[in-house]
Design a protein around this ligand. Structure first.
Ligand code: NAP
Length: 281
């Protein structure tokens, strides 16, 4: 039976490290502040905004929600993003998605100061990741890396296969694994005979968005399986991996819930602190 890679345990260990980094920032008299942009009346966005405000406050980080109505114009929302990007008191900006109809997320993201982009959405940060430079990178891929790091899963020289190539998960996690010297293969909806590729993987990351997509026959004996998927099936949250069958064959596996998702918000906080460390210099 596979070792369980516990996201909550990983997050708890990181919390201690983050508290130390926050204390160092405060020694420099820098108080980080998060700006959360909540445009429109989407209930899930409102819930996520309040949740993130609570999480930030749990770390003693001030977090303010900046609201805009459903009929906000691109010009109005754009000037809010521009103002927050320039505001010396703001360390990080989180923009709730999706934005109201008629507002281009791409245009809004382009207005964001990349050094305050704590969700890692800007092209500047995507470019920095590709170029192997420091930056603020997407939080879910970083949660994957944090779990591998916490459980000391060897990456250097290992074969890593990622199913999914989205800009928010598949691509960044592939680059992060590459930067740790894995030999990386990315699979997607046009990949032929995926099982023959995934069954070679020492580390298999599933970011597909289909429940039970990864079955035991697709996994190498003893592999590390990271399930990024979040799917609702019969009122339950499940990942992309057929958990019971794969756990019987893998060497290590993340559960859903309680795996990657449990570390993602911690990575947002880490990005706020990292942004503060750069701004405080
Ligand atoms: P996405 O943008 O829909 O991307 C899915 C990827 O899977 C695409 O690259 C797609 O290929 C590929 N794909 C789809 N069907 C496939 C198939 N039959 N065979 C092989 N590849 C296939 O999704 P995402 O935003 O990356 O999210 C992926 C999953 O992670 C979702 O379940 C999402 O809910 C979850 N998620 C989790 C967290 C967390 O904190 N744990 C955060 C965000 C998202 P093409 O590019 O060819 O279309």
């Amino acid at each position: 039976m596979a070792m369980i890679l516990d996201g909550k345990e990983t997050a708890a260990a990181l919390k201690e490290e983050l508290a130390l980094r926050l204390a160092k920032l405060r020694e420099k008299h820098y108080e980080p502040k998060l700006a959360i942009i909540l445009a429109g009346s989407s209930k899930p966005s409102a819930m996520y905004a309040s949740f993130m405000q609570k999480v930030a406050k749990g770390y003693g980080i001030d977090a303010e929600i900046f609201r805009a109505s459903d009929d906000v114009t691109e010009e109005e929302l754009g000037s809010l993003v521009t103002d927050l990007s320039a505001d010396q008191e703001i360390t990080g900006i989180l923009m709730m998605m999706p934005l109201p109809k008629g507002i281009s997320a791409e245009k809004m993201i382009a207005l964001m100061n990349p050094d305050k982009d704590v969700d890692g959405l800007t092209e500047t940060n995507a470019g920095r990741l590709t170029a192997g430079k420091a930056g603020l990178f997407a939080c879910t891929p970083r949660a994957v890396m944090a779990i591998l790091d916490h459980y000391k899963i060897p990456i250097d020289g290992k074969k890593a296969v990622i199913i999914g190539r989205s800009n928010v998960i598949g691509k960044p996690v592939s680059l992060m694994l590459l930067s740790k010297n894995a030999t990386v293969t990315i699979c997607h909806s046009h990949t032929k005979d995926i099982a023959s590729i995934t069954s070679e993987a020492d580390i298999l990351v599933a970011a597909v968005g289909h429940a039970n997509y990864v079955t035991a026959d697709m996994v190498k004996e003893g592999a590390t399986v990271i399930d990024v998927g979040i799917n609702r099936v019969d009122g339950k949250t499940v990942g992309d991996v057929d958990y019971e069958a794969v756990a019987a064959k893998a060497g290590a596996i993340t559960p859903v819930p309680g795996g990657v998702g449990s570390v993602t918000t911690t990575m947002v906080i880490e990005n706020i602190i990292a942004a503060g460390e750069k701004l405080a210099k």
